[in-house]
Design a protein around this ligand. Structure first.
Ligand SMILES: Nc1ncnc2c1ncn2[C@@H]1O[C@H](COP(=O)(O)OP(=O)(O)OP(=O)(O)O)[C@@H](O)[C@H]1O
Length: 269
């Protein structure tokens, strides 16, 4: 059981006159095994917040707790805590080494994170298992990223994140670089692994229709601050903050709930 708790988190870029507070006093809880959507217009601070959680930015103030442990203080000291939180980015093309095969890339994630240290055969078996988990044929392990589709590359990125056996996954616009036709399959995969592994997920997205289908709760950011958070249906169907209302009104289909055709709420494909 691992929850992610943000307490009064501030993240500042630069210093002095050029200082810019990209995240201001954000407090948010992602309950264990829950999926919380983080929405807000471009530049509102969503990625900065997620990057602070995985240690790519140092918070200027506040606490970030994973399963009750302050990860900012523990960082650099406890590899196990670092492994607990993994992030998948928007563009798998830039996060995968183009010269490295898919299998080597996943194996590297295992090796760097120390998940499997027992010889090559064990690592290869673990790579095959991870590829199967993300529904990629292990026979593709010898392929280069350029031989895969965008959706398949994103599956490899998910497999690399899962190599660390994380308890918390941050997904930052993981489908926005993909064709609409494959977005649903990647989202279904995310839901499948979230359920199978009981992951705690912070799901950053511009797409409120997807957030409505996927997320238990939603948090709304504007200018670095959290302006509203709550159960997804409540926030989308009865927004309290005018900014949330504007976001919802900008997506006419949200006015009446609809099924997103490629995303299956009940059965996991
Ligand atoms: N490395 C950086 N140095 C300085 N400022 C930055 C840096 N990265 C982001 N910012 C600024 O911080 C603010 C928040 O940016 P951030 O990327 O976190 O927003 P976002 O909500 O994730 O936007 P998007 O949806 O476009 O990804 C913006 O004003 C942005 O210009």
């Amino acid at each position: 059981m691992t929850d992610l708790v943000l307490e009064n988190v501030h993240v500042r870029y630069g210093s002095g006159a050029s200082a810019h507070d990209a995240v201001r006093d954000v407090s948010l809880t992602v309950g264990s095994g829950r999926i919380v959507g983080l929405v807000g217009e471009s530049g509102s601070g969503k990625s900065t917040l997620a990057r602070a959680v995985v240690g790519l930015h140092e918070p200027h103030a506040g606490r970030i707790l994973v399963g009750g442990t302050d990860v900012v203080r523990a960082r650099g000291r406890e590899a196990a805590i670092r492994r607990d939180v993994q992030m998948v980015f928007q563009d798998a093309s830039s996060s995968l080494d183009p010269r490295m095969t898919v299998g080597a890339s996943v194996e590297e994630a295992l090796a760097v994170r120390g998940t499997v240290a027992r010889g090559r055969a064990a690592r290869r078996a673990e790579v095959a298992r991870l590829l199967e988990t993300v529904e990629l044929d292990p026979a593709r392990a010898g392929d280069l990223p350029s031989q895969l589709s965008g959706g398949q590359r994103q599956r490899v990125a998910v497999a690399r994140a899962l190599a660390a056996s994380p308890r918390v996954l941050l997904a930052d616009e993981i489908t926005s670089a993909l064709d609409v036709s494959v977005q649903g399959t990647v989202l279904n995969l995310l839901r499948k692994v979230q359920r199978e592994l009981d992951l705690t997920v912070l799901f950053i997205s511009h797409n409120l229709a997807v957030v409505r289908q996927l997320c238990d709760e939603v948090a709304v950011m504007k200018d670095g601050r959290l302006v509203e958070a709550g159960p997804t249906t409540r926030v989308i169907d009865a927004p309290e903050h005018p900014y949330t209302r504007d976001l919802v009104d900008a997506v006419p289909r949200l006015a009446a709930p609809v099924d997103t055709p490629t995303l299956h709420r009940g059965a996991v494909s």
